[in-house]
Design a protein around this ligand. Structure first.
Ligand code: TIU
Length: 220
């Protein structure tokens, strides 16, 4: 058992039962012209975490521990996209519309790819998800059960939307969850700060937070 310095108290990480979940590090959220920008966001903030997410991937790769990459995506016919999601608000382009990186948030389009710097390697799991949470309408629970995973380390975007939703889903399913603070980002710095605070409040009501170097030193 590794003991990782974390908030609100040290996180006990069992090798062999811990997986890394990297949420939605896709061009659609990080690059101009994708889904994130169509919603009115300044996407430039998100690129800053790419080197840390890469270092985290490399750390898990060096250990040979399981890695799961998620992609928020919809089928080309949008059959898995609720009209309530597509029609919400007044985005510049809607899900499925043609944008500069192909159809917005549609599986297989260039903009839906994971960033080249964080590309999954053979053997790593890539999970397409139609919702914010990675457990909703996916096989994630079964995948983790078959691998005997009980502990999840989280990274990715955005902190208060898909990352937090997935951590809450995981917490309710009994997983011990650790979020790497400098490997997650939001379009809204105040929402990131609030999410980190609410996750670890009340005695780790949702989970723990730590920084990459603390995790690396603890397990390296
Ligand atoms: N809009 C926003 O902050 N996020 C999303 O829509 N999806 C994810 O967080 N991946």
């Amino acid at each position: 058992m590794f003991v990782v310095p974390a908030e609100p108290f040290p996180y006990e990480l069992p090798p062999g039962r811990t997986a890394l979940v990297v949420i939605d590090m896709q061009r659609d959220f990080v690059e101009p012209g994708g889904f994130g920008e169509t919603l009115g966001n300044d996407v430039s903030l998100l690129a800053a975490i790419v080197p840390t997410v890469r270092a985290l991937l490399d750390l898990f790769r060096a250990k040979g521990w399981p890695i799961i990459h998620t992609r928020e995506s919809h089928s080309a016919d949008l059959a898995d996209c609720p009209p309530a999601k597509r029609n919400r608000g007044a985005p510049a382009l809607r899900i499925g519309d043609e944008g500069p990186m192909g159809r917005i948030l549609v599986r297989g389009e260039p903009g839906n790819d994971i960033l080249a710097a964080l590309a999954p390697l053979p053997g790593e799991i890539v999970l397409d998800k139609p919702g914010k949470g990675a457990f909703y309408a996916t096989a994630l629970g079964e995948i983790l059960r078959l691998k005997g995973i009980t502990h999840l380390v989280f990274a990715g975007v955005t902190t208060e939307v898909c990352v937090q939703t997935t951590m809450r889903e995981a917490n309710d399913r009994g997983y011990e969850c650790l979020l790497v603070e400098d490997a997650t980002e939001s379009y809204f710095p105040e929402f990131k700060a609030a999410t980190l605070a609410m996750i670890r409040a009340q005695g780790a009501i949702v989970g723990w937070t730590t920084d990459f170097n603390s995790l690396k030193q603890a397990i390296g």
